[in-house]
Design a protein around this ligand. Structure first.
Ligand code: MN
Length: 389
């Protein structure tokens, strides 16, 4: 048996306990939980085959009562120093993998500040918010098969690009490669029927950080009238740790006032808006602090909307929030907003940037309030741009 010491001020204390998939040399992938700077192998410490799996899906599918029980057993193991010695690994000795097998992926557009900024940039001659925006959480279906774990290199995509002053497109590597800082919500318990807002916590297992890489030149040409496609589908990065919804009780807040009042299926008796703070670093320089608390639509409203038409939800479905942007310039979660379409470069040490260059690295981190003044960390999602082949 071994004792785990959580460093003072750690965002990965006993109130967090995020789950991931890890491996060490010579062994199979397994479910691990992060405690401080250690990873506890749950397949060796809780004795249940659901943890001896290469994804979190089987565990997530078991449902909320079991999530609560597993969490209580993990807390007990740690508090009684009862983690088996061969189940504890220093974080820097493990490889972290994609934490769940992604079923379907929907990306929303739930930040009023982001939607307004993008409206101004993409459609300068019309109202920035389209008439549907305050009546439903607008979203599109993304490509689940290209969701990758943090640390995976991102190859610059190629495609059709049309310059505003040219009548026809040309083809080549994206010249306006961007990020979108978002949070992603992972479905554990499937459903064949609509999931009401008050049933959110019985279906959604946890939350991760998402970087929805976006090729703005490809997107701007292709997106009318059916929405983003190849400008987004080449890669989406997620953080390796899924923070359970059970760790986010202290982070629950109300959404901003919603006017007009949403239709009944989108109303919440107690909102699942969340007070999450994100940080965006570009080549190691902080460029933005997007505040999740400013999002107009809550994740429970997004899931209710996703399923209200009768569409089923599956274990491993991920729906992402859309770019998180606050009202201030240094709270914008995409570079197209931060540099206002490339007109206002940002300074990174002795360099300037408008969009991503080959070799650039972006790291997005997030944390939320926990009990007694603690913080609940989501970790970081990173990615480096490699040249188009
Ligand atoms: Mn997005």
């Amino acid at each position: 048996m071994t004792a785990i010491v959580v460093p003072d001020g750690s965002e990965f204390g006993i109130n967090n306990l995020p789950y991931g998939i890890f491996s060490v040399p010579g062994s199979e992938k397994a479910v691990g939980v992060r405690v401080g700077d250690a990873v506890v192998d749950l397949s060796k410490s809780l004795g249940d085959s659901v943890f001896a799996q290469p994804t979190l899906n089987a565990f997530m599918a078991r449902g909320r009562a079991w999530w609560i029980e597993a969490r209580a057993r993990i807390v007990e193991l740690i508090e009684t120093d009862a983690v088996p010695a061969d189940a504890m690994h220093p974080l820097d000795t493990v490889s972290l993998h994609l934490p769940f097998e992604v079923a379907d992926y929907v990306d929303f557009y739930a930040s009023e500040h982001h939607a307004t900024n993008l409206g101004r940039l993409f459609r300068p001659d019309s109202e920035p918010l389209l008439p549907n925006w305050k009546h439903l959480p607008v979203g599109y279906h993304g490509r689940a098969g290209t969701i990758v774990v943090s640390g995976t290199d991102i190859t610059r995509p190629r495609g059709q690009r049309k310059a505003p002053d040219r009548p026809t497109p040309d083809f080549g590597p994206s010249l306006r490669l961007d990020i979108e800082a978002e949070m992603g919500f992972v479905v554990g318990v499937p459903s064949e029927t609509p999931i009401g807002t008050d049933d959110f916590e019985n279906h959604v297992f946890g939350v991760c950080i998402v970087n929805d890489w976006s090729a703005r030149d490809i997107q701007a040409w292709e997106y009318v009238p059916l929405g983003p496609n190849l400008g987004k589908s080449f890669a989406t990065s997620i953080s390796p740790w899924v923070v359970p919804l059970l760790a986010l009780e202290e982070a629950r807040i109300a959404t901003p006032e919603q006017v007009p009042e949403p239709l009944p299926y989108l109303r919440e008796s107690r909102s699942w808006a969340l007070d999450i703070e994100l940080t965006v670093e570009w080549n190691g320089h902080e460029v933005s602090r997007p505040p999740y608390r400013t999002m107009y639509w809550s994740p429970a409203q997004m899931l209710a909307h996703c399923t209200v038409n009768g569409a089923s939800a599956r274990t491993g479905d991920m729906f992402a929030s859309g770019t998180i942007s606050g009202p201030d310039k240094n709270q914008r979660g995409a570079f197209i907003e931060l540099t206002w379409g490339g007109k206002e470069p940002v300074t990174l040490g002795d360099q300037t940037r408008t969009f991503l260059e080959d070799g650039d690295t972006v790291a997005i981190s997030a944390s939320a309030p926990g009990p007694s003044g603690t913080r609940i960390g989501f970790g970081t999602v990173t990615g480096r741009i490699t040249p188009s082949p």
